[in-house]
Design a protein around this ligand. Structure first.
Ligand SMILES: [Zn+2]
Ligand SMILES: [Zn+2]
Length: 393
């Protein structure tokens, strides 16, 4: 089968590889009908994620048709059409019992690697390094899905692939980010980063009752989408002093909640931005925390910082004193996708939201090297790219 394989920074290739097999009675094999490139795939593309090996199959946003199930799988059968959550969860450990699926204790066979860096390991993820399980990803024609009774959600025939694909990650991720803000009537929520997750954080903040959403980015097409689709007020950080503008828009108090939908590869302005880039390149810090610094500074006293943007490691010059002095609540982490799926599928079915609004590029799986580059460099006004495997036309 064809699959998108990682060979090094900015080196991904479409390869012919063996098809996956059932390895465990709880596995299912899915024939992928649609997959997407995620902002967090760019951390792999740019070489910022340790423990990748040449030939690893990428991709954690995918859906398709069940073609084979292991002997113990109860909930799925061949022919079912499913969307698969990006975190792999066993369904019966301490954390799965608390619906903290992205913290599953059993799904990362290489937990020791993550434990060295983090103390304890989160769940294994599809196509996201050996430290996080070494699972083959879904940017391929077929994929093996472990714990098949826990993750995949069946989707009704009348919804298109494009309408439901983003249940795999970015819609629940934006939703959890907004949920973490504990939005109350009248609240103002500011969202840094109007990429796909930022867009879903904006939509979700609205669904959860925010009075006003303020979106921050520098790319006009992303700001336009936030304004026109998300009904957000927008700020271009290259043209505006974001801190002062937010202060002015909130009667001098600051936003009630601030969402960092950018994460570790933020583009910093000025000297501190250059300093971060240099430190990161010298591997003296793993992340560039420009946005994190800004959200801590801009948030109102007693407010909430919600971080769906991915961070990998050590940060420099983050003002924890400001977070302490203003009694901020910080919430973050990978998304417990499985927990939100029934509710979010219901929102799609009722027509509250059509997640396909973020798609700007529809390409073939074979176009992956170009697709990654366009997405990373924001060429052609790219916001979100979906890829179709060659067998699906
Ligand atoms: Zn993703
Ligand atoms: Zn578990």
């Amino acid at each position: 089968m064809k699959a998108i394989c990682w060979y090094g920074p900015e080196d991904i290739r479409v390869e012919t590889v063996p098809e996956p097999k059932i390895l465990n009675p709880h596995d299912a094999i899915i024939r992928v009908t649609l997959t997407a490139i995620c902002g967090s795939d760019l951390h792999l593309y740019d070489g910022y994620m340790p423990s990748m090996k040449k030939g690893d199959i990428l991709g954690h946003e995918f859906m398709g048709e069940v073609v084979e199930v292991g002997s113990q799988v109860q909930n799925l059968k061949p022919g079912d059409r499913v969307v698969v959550p990006f975190p792999i969860a066993c369904g019966h450990c301490f954390h799965c019992g608390r619906q903290e699926y992205s913290l599953c204790d059993n799904s990362n066979p290489n937990a020791w690697m993550a434990e060295e860096m983090y103390g304890y390991s989160g769940a294994g993820l599809f196509g996201y390094s050996h430290m996080l399980g070494g699972y083959a990803g879904g940017q391929a024609e077929f994929v093996r899905v472990p714990y098949a009774d826990v993750g995949p959600i069946k989707v009704p025939e009348h919804l298109s692939d494009e309408q439901v694909l983003f249940l795999s990650d970015i819609f629940p991720t934006g939703y959890q980010a907004a949920l973490n803000c504990e939005i109350k009537p009248g609240d103002v929520v500011a969202v840094w980063g109007c990429g796909p997750v930022g867009q879903f954080a904006i939509e979700s903040a609205r669904l959860l009752g925010a009075a006003r959403v303020i979106a921050i980015d520098r790319f006009p097409e992303r700001l336009d989408l936030a304004r026109n689709h998300g009904q957000a007020d927008v700020l271009n950080y290259e043209e505006t002093d974001v801190f002062e503008a937010l202060k002015e828009l909130t009667g001098g108090r600051g936003p009630d909640a601030c969402i960092d939908a950018v994460g570790m590869e933020a583009h910093g302005a000025g000297l501190l931005g250059k300093f971060d880039k240099a430190l990161q390149m010298a591997r003296m810090q793993t992340d560039r925390p420009t946005v994190l610094r800004q959200v801590i500074q801009a948030c109102r006293k007693g407010g909430t910082i919600s971080i769906p943007g991915v961070y990998g490691g050590i940060l420099d010059k983050v003002n924890l004193g400001a977070a302490f002095g203003k009694a901020l609540t910080l919430k973050m982490g990978q998304t417990h996708v499985q927990k939100y799926l029934p509710k979010l599928l219901d929102h799609i079915e009722k027509g509250d939201i059509d997640p396909s609004f973020v798609i700007t590029h529809r390409l073939d799986l074979e176009d992956a090297p170009r697709a990654y580059r366009i997405f990373r460099d924001k060429e052609e006004h790219c916001i979100k790219t979906v890829l179709r495997p060659p067998t699906v036309h």
